[in-house]
Design a protein around this ligand. Structure first.
Ligand SMILES: [Fe+2]
Length: 212
């Protein structure tokens, strides 16, 4: 049975996450909540508050350092890749679900956990819920990075065009986002997570996000 997240619960959660985040990250998180609500109204109107909860929790381990991430990984049997120091950006989405389980009673909800788990890399056969958390993080209104602005405009201009097919708009936006991410990773000489490649290929092949 799905839990229902009330407005009061979200208000309380907004305060509870505050010590987990640096000030700038907290502002970003609130903006992701807002964007997730906006996207939720379009794609998953019955799940808007659950999406908002996932957005509030998505970055709660972002300020931890490598040794703290590794500590959580060993405590919770989370598999660490071969080059942990090169994968710092990926750790927070692996360790956040463990911290939700440990510290946030009532939010150990399968969809919230998978939304948080896959918000950085994406994965093969992503759900609509996972896509919304991922995309809200990418295009929320305080993002000033060029690609974020471009993706936000790409998504909303297609969506607002006449006869827009909202599922196709989401699929194309996911493809574009992974293309941007992969190009940036190549330019930075960074590793590309295989889940990102799988996610990109899934959407390039014409598949829509899975509706659970
Ligand atoms: Fe984020």
């Amino acid at each position: 049975m799905k839990l229902h997240y009330t407005e009061e619960m979200l208000t309380e959660l907004r305060e509870k996450i505050r010590p987990y985040l640096k000030a700038k990250r907290y502002q970003h998180t609130l903006a992701v909540e807002k964007e997730a609500a906006r996207l939720g109204e379009i794609y998953l109107p019955d799940d808007v508050n659950r999406l908002r909860a996932a957005a509030l929790l998505h970055d709660i381990t972002k300020k931890l350092d490598l040794s703290e991430h590794l500590q959580i990984c060993s405590e919770f049997d989370i598999i660490v890749g071969r080059f942990p120091e090169k994968e710092m950006k990926l750790f927070h989405s692996k360790t956040a679900p463990a911290v939700i389980e440990r510290d946030f009673e009532g939010y150990f909800d399968e969809e919230i956990l998978s939304g948080v788990r896959w918000h950085t890399t994406g994965r093969d056969s992503m759900t609509v819920f996972e896509c919304i958390v991922y995309l809200a993080d990418y295009i929320e209104e305080t993002r000033t990075f060029g690609d974020c602005i471009e993706l936000r405009n790409y998504f909303y201009s297609m969506l607002e065009s006449e006869n827009a097919d909202k599922d196709e708009v989401l699929r194309l936006t996911m493809v574009r986002s992974f293309d941007m991410t992969i190009k940036n990773l190549i330019e930075e000489d960074s590793l590309i997570d295989m889940d990102t490649v799988s996610a990109r290929n899934y959407f390039v092949l014409g598949n829509n996000p899975v509706l659970e």
